[in-house]
Design a protein around this ligand. Structure first.
Ligand code: MLT
Length: 258
């Protein structure tokens, strides 16, 4: 397991909330959440190796390696117990955190994600994406992925698209390749859903073609007492396309812990 520390953005004071970013993104994707929550919560945003301010990956790093490093660093920061908010790849990392330290997690938000491992077709697509990044750089694949990740309304919103480009530009080719590798070897977490014993909110975008709402609803059904919400007409990045609704859901889940 890699001992290289990752960078963790640490803003605000109060009960701790750990935000886990998607792919190919960094902690900046959570700015609209931190802007509203940092007055009442300590918002911690780790970044995967090679993304944002984290150092380049030195080797193959699994999402379980990432979770282990994050858990260790959180403990060093005095954060023992925390809520977890993970979107897409961040959701896969949330499952890894739960696997290693279920007792440290107080609340869980799973947005636009899935519990299943990659099927062989998805693994092959990731290999093709790795080759594409090596050849043409990060923006080439990110620009193409955005066409599927964003709803039609978001794609027509130049400031949102520019913001996503800015976030992606902070991901290095090495980081993007490391994320693709880590996602392609992640284990299936479906059998663990029934053991999630903390207040959980599963949030889906009605126009998300990457992680369709029907799949998310059925994942929520396998988590004891989980709440499921569908935000109509928004794409994969529900927190960016509908920040007010998303933040409202976070506050409803987390407020009682203050
Ligand atoms: C993400 O948004 O993190 C990705 O779509 C996840 C994936 O490629 O499986």
């Amino acid at each position: 397991m890699s001992a290289i520390p990752v960078y963790i953005h640490d803003d605000g004071e109060g009960p701790a909330v750990v935000f886990l970013h998607a792919f190919p993104m960094d902690a900046g994707m959570w700015d609209p959440q931190v802007a509203q929550l940092h007055t009442d919560f300590r918002c911690l945003r780790p970044e995967f190796w090679g993304c944002g301010e984290s150092p380049l990956p030195a080797d193959d790093h699994s999402l379980d390696d990432f979770a282990a490093v994050v858990l260790r660093q959180l403990a060093a920061l005095g954060v023992q117990r925390f809520a977890v908010v993970g979107l897409s790849m961040g959701g896969y990392a949330a499952f890894a955190l739960l696997r290693q330290a279920r007792e440290r997690v107080s609340h869980l938000v799973l947005a636009s994600t899935r519990s299943e491992a990659d099927a062989s077709q998805a693994r092959a697509s990731r290999q093709a994406l790795m080759d594409w990044v090596r050849r043409d750089g990060v923006e080439a694949i990110a620009g193409s992925m955005r066409q599927r990740q964003l709803s039609p309304a978001a794609l027509a919103n130049p400031s949102l698209v520019a913001r996503l480009r800015e976030i992606t530009a902070r991901c290095t080719p090495q980081g993007v390749i490391a994320c693709l590798e880590a996602m392609s070897v992640r284990p299936d977490s479906t059998a663990e859903l029934g053991a999630i014993g903390v207040p959980t909110h599963v949030i889906a975008g009605g126009a998300d073609v990457v992680t369709p709402a029907a799949e998310m609803r059925s994942m929520a059904g396998a988590i004891p007492n989980a709440r499921f919400s569908l935000i109509a007409d928004v794409g994969h990045f529900v927190n960016l396309e509908a920040p007010d609704q998303f933040n409202g859901f976070l506050k409803e889940l987390l407020e009682p812990s203050r």
